[in-house]
Design a protein around this ligand. Structure first.
Ligand code: SAM
Length: 291
């Protein structure tokens, strides 16, 4: 694939070193101020992603900055946030275990800071859509800003909506993704939005929430109900000192997945065999039961 050139209004990942990294939109004729000098955007426009740029004034600053194309994980870590966000590794599991991909129609509640919204929006392109709802005005505003910054506004809507009480006009969506305090209360309503075989994903920080959600899913006839937790370990790689980093994030949350099905009773296997129908081997029953 040909090298991708940086254009005006592109989002870039500007890196000075391991600790100093920014997500910035390239504005023609404008500049980005850092404590290590000024980056003039006109110097970046027209260069390929993966290039370097030096801060000005060159004589007194002249630090080297790397310009990369941001990955979905970079959006999440560097975006503006107030609520607890979903981390990239959890978002990865959500994508592969929900089947959300190009063309998927997805309901999300709540959008929070829009971290997961941006990842999902990125993956449903070019013809899918994320309908994201929240009940807090601050979350809605912040999420919308982040979605626009990621240039995903054609694939995502951010709207006021209470998933517990509002009737949304959605039917046959591929997936519903919940990251909110009481997901179990939303399960019955959500069933009406999902298509058959569609996936429900619920992200919760506590096991108490997971249990309530799982029981609600069982009561509402969902199938393939599974909960997972991911522990990610980053490695320090050095000559004679390679090992997992000493500090790590010990807990993010639990992810519960389920499928909507249309169940009917099995007319062929309703009657269980009686005890005396069991075959016996040398006086021992083949399955359970007494002599
Ligand atoms: C932890 S945040 C979600 C973070 C988000 N997944 C992210 O990655 O940025 C939880 C959000 O759920 C919203 N929320 C709570 N109850 C809700 C409801 N009944 N309907 C819609 N959103 C709700 C809250 O306002 C809050 O913004």
């Amino acid at each position: 694939m040909a090298e991708e050139m940086i254009k005006k209004n592109d989002l870039i990942y500007l890196i000075l070193d391991n600790r100093r990294k920014w997500l910035v939109t390239v504005k023609e004729g404008e500049e980005f101020q850092t404590h290590k000098g000024i980056i003039k955007f006109d110097e970046i426009i027209g260069k390929p992603f993966g290039s370097v740029v030096f801060s000005q004034p060159y004589e007194t600053q002249g630090y080297k900055f790397y310009v990369l194309k941001p990955l979905p994980s970079d959006y999440v870590i560097h975006m503006s946030r107030k609520t607890q966000i979903i981390y990239p590794e959890d978002a990865g599991l959500i994508l592969v275990y929900s089947g959300i991909g190009p063309g998927s129609k997805v309901i999300e509640a709540g959008c929070g800071s829009g971290a997961l919204t941006c990842i999902l929006g990125n993956y449903v392109r070019p013809d899918g859509y994320i309908y994201s709802y929240d009940i807090r005005e601050k979350s809605l505003k912040r999420a919308l800003r982040n979605v626009i910054k990621a240039n995903l506004q054609d694939f995502v809507s951010i709207q006021y909506g209470d998933i517990l009480i509002d009737d949304f006009e959605h039917t046959n969506v591929d997936s519903v993704v919940l990251d909110m305090p009481q997901p179990w209360k939303a399960i019955e309503r959500i069933k009406t939005y999902l298509k058959l075989s569609g996936t429900l994903v619920s992200f919760s920080p506590t096991i108490e929430q997971v249990k309530k959600t799982t029981f609600a899913l069982q009561e509402n006839g969902f199938y393939e109900i599974n909960t997972y937790e991911l522990i990610k370990r980053k490695f320090q790689v050095k000559e004679n000192a390679t090992h997992p980093e000493v500090r790590m994030i010990g807990h993010t949350g639990y992810m519960t997945f389920a499928r909507k099905i249309k169940d009917i009773k099995n007319p062929y296997r309703e009657k269980k065999p009686k005890q005396d129908e069991f075959v016996k081997l040398n006086g021992m029953p083949l399955r359970g039961g007494e002599e």
